[in-house]
Design a protein around this ligand. Structure first.
Ligand code: SF4
Ligand code: SF4
Length: 236
C-alpha cells in the first residue's frame, strides 16, 4: 500500500479514498482534516518503517513515538485489521466491475456481518482484534485484512474507508500529531457512518432495519443503490 501523497489523486480530496471523486457534492461537507500535518502522509510504505522496530534500542528510538508498537509482519504491515465498511463505498467497489479486488471483495463479504449500514467483521474477529491491541497489532498473519493481496497490496485502495485513509504510523509532530490523526479518524469514521445511515433512510429503511442481518444478494443490492444515490448528486 502507499499513502495518498504518493498516489496523487487528481479529482478527489487528498485525505479521502478516490471513490469520493464520484461524489463531489460531499467534499465541502466532510470534516476538517489536519492540513498542517500533510507531510505525515508522505510515508514511503514500500519501505515500511515499522518492520524493524524493536530490534534494538537505537532502531526503536528512530521511529518513536509511533501509533502501534510493532514490529509489523512484512506481509501485513499496518493492514492488520478488517475495517468497518459503509454501504456506499462497498457499492462503489462492486460497481467497479473490472476492478482487480473482486475476489478479495467476495472474501470480505463472506467474512462479514452484512447490514443495510454496511459490512462489519464477524464477532470472533472483532474479539481477536480487540485482544491483539496496540502491542500485538501487525504481528498476527491471521488478522491480515481480507482485502490484502499475497503481494502485500490493498486490493480496494480506491474504496478504502476512513480507518484506512487516516492511518499514520508516525507523525513528524510526535505525540500531538498522532493524537490529531486519531481525532480526525474518529470524526471521519462518524461522518461516513452518518452518511451510510442517511442513505438507507433515503431508500426507505428505518433504524430498526439497520440492525438486521441481510442475505448476500439483498446486501449487495442496497450497497449498489447507496452508491448510485450518491453518484446521482444526492447529498444529506
Ligand atoms: S506502517 Fe506506516 S510506513 Fe508501514 S505501510 Fe503502514 S503507513 Fe506505511
Ligand atoms: S482495506 Fe486496504 S488499506 Fe484498509 S486495511 Fe485492508 S488492505 Fe489495508
Amino acid at each position: 500500500m502507499s499513502k495518498p501523497s504518493t498516489v496523487l489523486p487528481a479529482d478527489s480530496p487528498i485525505e479521502l479514498s478516490e471513490a469520493y471523486g464520484s461524489y463531489p457534492q460531499l467534499w465541502m461537507k466532510r470534516p476538517y482534516w489536519p492540513v498542517n500535518l500533510r507531510h505525515d502522509l508522505n510515508l514511503n510504505c514500500a519501505n515500511c518503517r515499522m518492520l524493524n522496530v524493536g530490534d534494538g534500542h537505537k532502531e526503536s528510538l528512530a521511529v518513536w513515538p509511533r501509533r502501534d508498537w510493532g514490529p509489523f509482519l512484512p506481509q501485513v504491515k499496518c493492514c492488520a485489521h478488517q475495517p468497518y465498511w459503509p454501504n456506499y463505498l462497498l457499492g462503489a467497489a462492486l460497481h467497479d466491475a473490472n476492478g482487480s479486488g473482486h475476489s478479495h471483495l467476495a472474501v470480505l463479504l463472506e467474512q462479514s456481518e452484512l447490514t443495510p449500514w454496511g459490512a462489519r467483521p464477524l464477532p470472533k474477529r472483532r474479539t481477536a482484534e480487540a485482544r491483539s491491541g496496540q502491542c500485538g497489532y501487525g504481528q498476527d498473519l491471521e488478522l491480515a485484512c481480507p482485502m490484502l493481496t499475497r503481494e502485500g497490496q490493498c486490493s480496494a485502495w480506491r474504496f478504502r474507508p476512513a480507518t484506512c485513509s487516516t492511518y499514520v504510523c508516525q507523525s513528524a509532530h510526535a505525540v500531538s500529531g498522532l493524537a490529531a490523526w486519531r481525532e480526525y479518524e474518529g470524526r471521519l469514521v462518524a461522518w461516513e457512518s452518518e452518511l451510510a445511515h442517511q442513505l438507507v433512510w433515503q431508500l426507505g429503511y428505518t433504524n430498526d432495519d439497520l440492525r438486521e442481518s441481510l442475505s448476500h444478494s439483498e446486501a449487495l443490492n442496497i450497497y449498489r443503490r447507496c452508491h448510485e444515490l450518491l453518484r446521482s448528486g444526492w447529498a444529506p
